[in-house]
Design a protein around this ligand. Sequence first.
Ligand code: SF4
Ligand code: SF4
Length: 472
Amino acid sequence: MSTTAAQPERVLSTLNADGTRRWLKPRPSKGRWLNRRRMVGYGLIALFVALPHLRIGGKPPLLLNILEREFTFFGTTLYPTDTLLLALLLITVALSIFFFTAMFGRVWCGWGCPQTVYLELVFRPVERFFQGTPGKGKGRFGAAGGLLKMLVYLVLAFGLAHTFLSYFVGTDNLRHWILGSPLNHPIAFLVMAAVTGAMLFDFGFFREQTCIVACPYGRFQSVMLDRDSLIVGYDRRRGEPRGKKGQRVKPGSDVSLKVVQESDELGDCIDCTMCVQTCPTGIDIRDGLQMECVNCTQCIDACDAIMDKIGRPRGLIRYASQRTIDGEGRNWLRPRVIVYPVAITILVSIMVVLLVIRAPALVTITRGPGNPFTVLESGMVANPIKFKIQDRSEHGGEYSIVLEGVDGGRIDGLTNVRVKPGETFAEPLTLVVPPEAFTTGRLPVTIRVRGEGFDKSSEYTMRGPVHRAGGS
Ligand code: SF4
Ligand code: SF4
């Protein structure tokens, strides 16, 4: 007897049983949730485009300048040396995502993620304009529709890629690159072309696959959600057993539903599959919460419209927690919604304190290359050092460097410097002291750096010959 388990009909909503891509053409569903998502989505697109051009204290609100290794958040710039602050920031962002997801499920995916916002509110509407809406014909452009769509996609991807890159290189660099010849900036041009191509591939071809197979956030859902998280869910208790119940069509209905609702045996779901046809990830929400669901709410609008037509209350599919859908009361106070906010509050407090006490400059002194010391013709002992000062203030500063703790000691080299905001001054300097300062071959000295609102003394141990009184 064969013990082979039956193969599932479909392992992925976008994959046919024979392994070919199942292309999705979701049917758009109008309704109150789509209206709300449009308002939020178009507002976010406007913000996304405007943000790199805004300035807070002369800096963009958000700039992850990888080229110059500067990370600006609302006017405050962090550098790679701000390791603790950057680490705390990343942990805070991660915990906020955990908390937000525990409370509101995948609301980010459906309402805020650029992948969903641009695909559902920009690229798909363009496709429907040129190639028709599923269920409503092929559109007015005929065979040329596909080509026209791709041309508009190219322009959109081009603009999107430039906006995206401006968050990493800044609008000034970007303007410089755009206005200059590609031959003057071949690397920048290639990066731009590659990002434009990636956008075109994503929104023109890969589409919902990004959410289903590529995005790590989607994979983490099972551990971040619980029965009290807000989800888009189907009310099985109300909807099942599903089925078409007769031959009556509600007057005025524009869909060919053949329904009688008075039947006692069947639930409210008339199995019209409108919730499935409208789903941009190709799933059936009636099968329960699935990893592919991005909480786009299209199935809510689709089903609400059907409920209106058959005279049943809205909300067979709705935003609710699994617990309330199952008929239990909402449980607001759970360990994770207490632990996450407490941890976030502590981390944010630490970051604020660190930012307040953060020095406006960072000084680094290391031993210079070559011999640790040399004896000059004058008899003075010289030690090479590598001196580095990074300005972390908003306005830059002038700094003076002096040697303290040794009579007759000095520093040879550039000891008065002006450093621009965010820039680093690095120079080899030489510490020079009289030989009689050495008695053991080692001499602790102080290198003091002063600037406006900055005074830092660094201890340093010089090397030199052992000096004996009355001889060398
Ligand atoms: S849209 Fe509503 S009524 Fe139609 S199949 Fe989906 S759940 Fe059932
Ligand atoms: S199941 Fe509903 S909410 Fe989830 S992705 Fe599909 S249409 Fe959107």
